[in-house]
Design a protein around this ligand. Structure first.
Ligand code: SME
Length: 158
């Protein structure tokens, strides 16, 4: 796999459709989790230019900051705390149009206005979350949910 990402213009769906096979190629054959999470974060950041994108992984009873792209972030989040901890507890994707209206939202950055958090399942168990933050309100919708769930599902058996 060449290390250059082909960046696509066009609507969001077209961008994801072009990106997914490239992410597949980047991670297939690589068994190291950190390497794969790092490349997924970088590919998403490069294609979409989001404010913050990255992973928190469940270690013992907390989410611990993993590979990401963007400004420095909080390192540990308890179950049910913030959007990430709530998505972990519910084991489902959460879309937050205005983070200030989400009870218990953890403001790692005051620039972040909306957020989507997608659980990562590996070998049938939740192992972490993919967190994406935008500096725009209501930036994420069910199209993002659909494709981001598809992207994290590529990690299911790694
Ligand atoms: N805002 C998140 C915390 C993680 S940072 O945004 C990177 C939350 O409420 O879970």
């Amino acid at each position: 796999m060449a290390e250059d990402l082909h960046i696509t213009q066009g609507d969001k769906k077209a961008q994801y459709e072009s990106l997914i096979p490239q992410i597949k190629a980047l991670i297939e054959g690589e068994s190291n989790q950190v390497a794969n999470l790092a490349n997924i974060s970088a590919a998403l950041k490069e294609q979409f230019g989001w404010w913050w994108v990255g992973f928190y992984m469940i270690i013992e009873d907390e989410l611990v900051l993993g590979p990401f792209q963007g400004p420095v972030a909080c390192t540990r989040i308890k179950k049910s705390r913030g959007v990430c901890g709530a998505a972990w507890a519910a084991e489902k994707t959460l879309i937050v149009e205005d983070v200030e209206k989400f009870p218990g939202h953890i403001a790692c950055s005051s620039a972040s206005k909306s957020e989507i958090v997608v659980p990562v399942f590996q070998n049938g168990h939740i192992t972490g979350v993919l967190d994406v933050d935008s500096e725009h309100l209501a930036h994420f919708d069910t199209t993002d949910q659909h494709y981001l769930e598809k992207i994290v599902s590529l990690l299911a058996t790694t």
